[in-house]
Write a protein that binds this ligand. Structure first.
Ligand code: BTN
Length: 256
């Protein structure tokens, strides 16, 4: 189990719970967003029956994964509203930095806008959601494949995802991993609040997409292009058939 006392003592989290099973930690966090518990609040679960991913995808994970949501108010971190669009990028960067401590030999990469890849396979997904009424708060859902193995995963993700255990061949203490992730998030949130100009370079150094040919699905169309990198504002730059273009959102549907 997760050592919740340690999480409270060693991170910014002020209230924490870890449930045996829940439909989705993000759904529960959104349902209880106006509750009396102090923020930032952590809701984790050993298993999710309806884990959700971005763009209406579902999130599969098995026993041994780290699946949790943070309910917080960005203002408490000095992050003003105009900086909110950067939170997904910055959270992905923080997870990369934390996982690097545990996976030294492997290349931990950040995939725009906020996935984490190791050895070309997805190891972490992040889903950030807001509530239509409580506009000063948000929910950051993070799924990290820690000790769950993908050898028994559904066929469609068996060859595209990986876990910390699959990468190192060893078991990882999930409280250690969680503390490292939360501490890295705090550092990167601070950097964001201070408009640290080196933050985007930390993303660029880890960018999984730069130099790759990819397909990006927007609301009504799909664009193909070679990734030229990430702009200072976090936009993805693609060399498309009509020249260089910038994208602030979209879903990467294919990488060659
Ligand atoms: C993605 O890759 O599309 C995002 C996946 C996010 C999964 C996490 S697991 C904890 C939290 N609860 C959810 O239902 N989803 C997020």
């Amino acid at each position: 189990m997760i050592d919740l006392d340690r999480i409270i003592a060693q991170s910014f989290v002020r209230q924490a719970e870890w449930l045996p099973e829940v439909d989705s930690t993000n759904t529960l966090a959104l349902q209880t967003i106006d509750g009396p518990a102090p923020l930032p609040r952590l809701i984790g679960a050993e298993s999710q029956t309806r884990g959700r991913g971005r763009n209406n995808h579902s999130w599969w994970s098995s026993s041994g994964a780290l699946t949790f949501s943070l309910l917080l108010s960005p203002a408490e971190f000095g992050i003003s509203r105009p900086l909110w669009p950067r939170l997904s990028l910055v959270t992905g960067l923080a997870v990369c930095r934390a996982l690097e401590e545990f996976l030294q030999a492997a290349q931990v990469q950040w995939k725009w806008p906020n996935d984490v890849y190791v050895n070309g396979r997805k190891i972490c997904g992040i889903l950030i959601e807001t509530h239509p009424e409580f506009l000063d708060r948000l929910v950051i859902g993070i799924g990290i494949n820690a000790n769950n193995s993908f050898q028994s995963a559904p066929e469609e993700i068996r060859h595209t995802a990986t876990s910390m255990a699959d990468v190192t061949g060893g078991h990882h203490n999930r409280s250690d991993v969680l503390v490292a992730v939360l501490q890295a998030i705090e550092l990167e949130f601070l950097a964001l609040s201070q408009n640290d100009p080196t933050q985007i370079d930390r993303c660029r150094q880890r960018c999984f997409l730069t130099g790759r040919l990819l397909k990006l699905k927007e609301v009504t169309s799909t664009v193909t292009g070679m990734c030229l990198g990430i702009d200072d504002d976090g936009a993805l730059r693609l060399m498309t058939e009509v020249g260089p273009q910038r994208f602030l959102s979209g879903e990467i549907t294919r990488i060659d």
